[in-house]
Design a protein around this ligand. Structure first.
Ligand code: BGC
Length: 889
């Protein structure tokens, strides 16, 4: 029987705060093979029962099951409304499915003219040096039965909102981090279950956060403003058909709160004695004598943008694994996992006692607390008791990157059960799973997943612990392909890419970090690095083109190309304007950042910038030409294609001999020449052979940095060196991915030698233990060990290429990727020495080409015909489950 599973709206299973009709996609399941959809029917209703319909598409003859766009004129939206959607389908077996489970979406505010509330503040600009919280409150009266209520909230700073004493929603660190003065996100909540007839209290606590706290390694505060403010608006619908809008105004009251200090890097100080019990409760006017009227802050409401999904949340809770006493006598909590979030603590003590925790990532060689790599970030939580029984605390406006915490103060003997780690990251559906016979490789995959969790906190960050934690564009560019296998990152990245576009310089330059807090910052001129440039580095700025392209390939959705088109074009044209005779280079370049072939003490790898920059210039221009073609801009497509060919020709002339020998003898130069397809086919084998020689020279070790590492295994396996690719990935000595694993890493390190063989540390000035960049090899594990590949001609896994590099280095590998068409499952194992079993599952409405790697004889073909393709048996199969058994060479 055909079933609709996984109905989604803009790839999410719920959206709260949409301002445009979302597109629909669904996956289907069936017990048969070769199933495709022949028709669909969609219904919209304002009730979950669908008793009355707002829209019925009736049967639409179509095999399209993703990115279904309906017309806003068919389903007119209004602000503050919950809509329900369901779908049913017919298959080629003449079956009709049941209705899918319904999913809902809630609208935000559709028209800026509907904003009537004010931004209210408990601070003035004189408080610019303060990072304390303020408590705000307002009351309103409801005199008739409510049918539904919605709230819209944001802040300049960070906020937590409460209705009648209850925290609104489960989100944390709202409104996240965007280019605040251009795009300030608001969050929408359904308040129907919290609102009551009679008097209601809306309260908010506001902190400094990314908005006005100290941010960036320039340690500048007030990057966006000098005073925090809060904005809230409620839309209340009554059963009699009328409605009311109410929100923050000059009537609101403010008082200082218990958070006396809170900042992203340094942690939080919470004095529970300063809590105000009257804040969120009802009380007579006399209780508020010490409360002041708020100040109003002028903010252009046109910058308010809804955030309907992917908001940060507490996703997991982890207990203390070990309570240890270090050789130096410190009491340390070990959570067993390097993570990003908070510690929740419990304490029972008289008023005025202190609990102090200092978070950090690793112990040193002797087993003592190691905080030096945090640089100036304090990562400290301080709680002062109020003496009211058992007190539970977790911070609000900060986050820590840590595995360990030193208990520097506790009023009695601390016990493990008093502390829990709360894992905080953007809400993202897990889409990938990987497992194989190597426990070390499984741990590497685990580490990659945890570095994603640790660094996808509203924006993609470089690291979550030291005084940095910013949206370094290069790190995101390198990792986005892997991220797309692990989680549904569509909404997360498209949100951030809008800030990439918003912060792009008028001439097209792309900032090194987004949101951009360095360009134009006077302190940048004094910094040894940033004084050389704050934008437009190869591989970093190219995120503007590569990330939208990566999303397009994984989802087959042109919308992201359309939305980012201007930004992409501006970046390509910027490079074009600054290139001299097609060789591009510009001010500060990071090159093959952190490569081990760097000069002693330098961060810059040995591959020359002219080469790295020009390679990326060609690569991005080539992608952009394809984007133009996809969007039907044929003339532009032709001219950028021509440009791409020209850059390639120049690249070959400048960096290769006429015979096709690469003049630069670094691993990375070889890798990108091959991966970016910058050389003629006939030069490829000698370039690959020369790369393998360089690898052998290092005894099978990589010496690559940010630019070369992500594609190393890929270019080896693409060019006939699959064994070498596996050897490289499975290398256990320094430098290698598994070296870190064997050193006990639970996330990916920034440096290959973060902890050296003798147990000493790389310089503390740049030594993060949670830096996903080198985790970009995760893509190779999914697309080559599991073999799940995208067909560029039919992106979004409508047609899948399954080419697992089944190889004796592993006894088995299995996993899945949950595509927008459904779960693609793959599992292979060696039954005997040379006999392999390969099982695959292709989702309904998709097809796949399956390759049998190194097959010399098919033992069981499961009823499927194979023919020769690329020197091995291959087959085209429709949806269903298949098991093949074959013998390898
Ligand atoms: C960050 C990197 C970043 C780099 C730029 C570092 O401080 O942590 O990951 O990409 O600077 O070179």
């Amino acid at each position: 029987m055909i079933r609709v599973e996984q109905l989604s709206l803009n790839y999410e299973n719920q959206l709260v705060g949409v301002t445009e009709l979302p597109q629909l996609s669904w996956a289907m399941a069936s017990d048969f093979r070769d199933v495709f959809q022949v028709a669909y029917r969609i219904q919209f209703s304002l009730e979950n029962s669908f008793a009355t319909l707002l829209y019925d598409s009736k049967w639409v003859v179509s095999n399209q099951s993703s990115q279904i766009e309906l017309s806003q004129s068919d389903i007119p939206l209004m602000s503050g409304q919950t809509y329900f959607v369901r779908v049913k389908v017919k298959s080629n077996y003449k079956e009709e499915s049941k209705w899918s489970s319904s999913i809902s979406f809630v609208t935000g505010i559709l028209n800026p003219s509907e904003w009537i509330s004010d931004f209210v503040s408990g601070e003035t600009r004189k408080d610019k040096a303060e990072s304390k919280s303020t408590l705000l409150r307002g009351t309103f009266f409801i005199d008739k039965p409510v049918s539904a209520a919605y709230g819209y909230f944001t802040a300049q700073g960070l906020y937590k909102a409460y209705l009648n004493g209850q925290k609104i929603g489960h989100d944390e660190l709202t409104p996240g981090w965007t280019s605040y003065n251009k795009r300030l996100l608001y969050q929408t909540y359904d308040l129907s279950s919290l609102i009551c007839q009679g008097e209601n209290v809306l309260g908010a606590m506001v902190g400094a956060g990314w908005y006005k706290g100290k941010m960036g390694f320039l340690e500048e505060r007030n990057n966006y403003g000098e005073q925090t403010s809060f904005f809230g608006q409620l839309l209340i619908r009554f059963t009699d058909g009328t409605s009311m809008v109410w929100g923050t105004s000059k009537e609101w009251l403010v008082h200082a709160g218990p958070i006396v200090f809170s900042e992203i890097y340094d942690g939080e100080i919470y004095d529970a004695r300063l809590e105000r019990p009257e804040w969120l409760t009802l009380g007579t006017a006399s209780k508020y004598n010490e409360w002041k009227k708020v100040n109003l802050v002028e903010v252009d409401k046109n910058i308010l943008v809804s955030q309907p999904s992917n908001r940060p949340k507490i996703n997991e809770r982890i207990a203390v694994q070990k309570l240890l006493t270090t050789p130096q006598g410190d009491i340390v909590l070990d959570f067993g996992q390097n993570l990003t979030g908070w510690i929740e603590l419990q304490v029972k003590a008289p008023a005025g006692c202190r609990v102090e925790l200092e978070c950090f990532e690793t112990l040193d060689k002797e087993g003592n607390v190691y905080q030096a790599n945090l640089r100036t970030a304090k990562e400290k939580l301080v709680y002062i008791t109020n003496g009211n029984g058992i007190e539970t605390f977790c911070p609000s406006f900060t986050f820590q990157g840590f595995r360990y915490a030193k208990v520097s103060k506790y009023p009695s003997k601390p016990k493990a059960e008093y502390f829990t780690a709360l894992v905080v990251h953007s809400q993202l559906d897990v889409t990938g799973h990987f497992e194989c016979s190597s426990p070390l490789l499984n741990q590497l995959q685990h580490n990659i997943e945890w570095s994603l969790k640790g660094n996808f906190l509203d924006i993609p960050t470089d690291c979550p612990q030291r005084n940095e934690r910013v949206g370094w564009t290069g790190d995101a560019q390198i990792f986005c392909r892997t991220a797309n296998f692990l989680v549904n990152a569509y909404g997360f990245f498209t949100k951030w890419l809008k800030d990439v576009a918003a912060d792009q310089l008028p001439a097209g330059g792309v900032p090194h970090v987004v949101p951009d807090i360095i360009t134009g910052n006077p302190k940048a001129n004094e910094d040894w690095l940033l004084s050389q440039g704050t934008h437009s580095a190869a591989a970093w700025a190219d995120v503007a083109v590569i990330a939208p392209w990566t999303l397009y390939l994984a989802y087959g959705d042109q919308a992201v190309l359309e939305t980012q088109f201007v930004s992409m074009k501006k970046w390509i044209d910027f490079m074009g304007r600054h290139a001299v005779d097609n060789i591009w280079n510009y001010k500060l370049q990071f090159g093959d950042w952190l490569a081990l072939d760097a000069k002693e003490g330098s961060y810059f790898g040995a591959t020359p910038n002219d080469l790295t920059c020009t390679a990326y210039y060609a690569y991005s221009t080539g992608i952009f030409a394809k984007v133009c073609k996809i969007l039907g801009k044929n003339q532009l497509a032709q001219s950028y294609q021509k440009k791409y060919e020209e850059i390639k020709a120049t690249y070959q002339q400048k960096f290769f001999t006429p015979e096709g020998d690469l003049l630069v003898s670094t691993q990375t130069a070889h890798i990108i020449s091959l991966y970016f397809n910058l050389i003629p086919t006939e030069w490829k084998s000698k370039t690959a052979a020369s790369l393998v020689k360089l690898l052998q020279k290092q005894n099978g070790h990589l010496v690559t940095g940010f630019v070369g590492t992500p594609y190393f295994c890929q270019v080896l396996s693409d060019n006939g060196y699959t064994d070498e690719a596996y050897d490289l990935l499975l290398q256990e000595d320094f430098p290698s991915w598994l070296y870190e694993v064997k050193k006990g890493a639970t996330t990916i390190w920034e440096h290959w030698d973060g902890i050296k063989e003798d147990g000493s540390m790389w310089s503390p000035d740049m030594n993060s233990f949670n830096h996903y960049a080198y985790g970009a090899v995760g893509e190779w594990m999914y697309s080559n060990i599991l073999g799940i590949k995208i067909d560029e001609q039919q992106p979004g896994y409508h047609h899948i290429i399954l080419h697992p590099l089944i190889n004796k280095h592993l006894a088995y590998a299995k996993g899945f990727y949950k595509s927008i068409h459904g779960k693609i499952i793959i599992a292979w194992k060696y039954l005997q020495n040379d006999t392999v079993e390969l099982r695959v599952k292709i989702p309904v409405n998709s097809t796949a080409t399956v390759y049998l790697e190194k097959c010399r004889e098919i033992i069981a073909n499961d009823g499927v015909k194979f023919s020769k393709k690329e020197k091995m048996p291959a087959t085209e199969i429709p949806s269903g489950e298949y098991t093949f058994i074959f013998k390898q060479n």
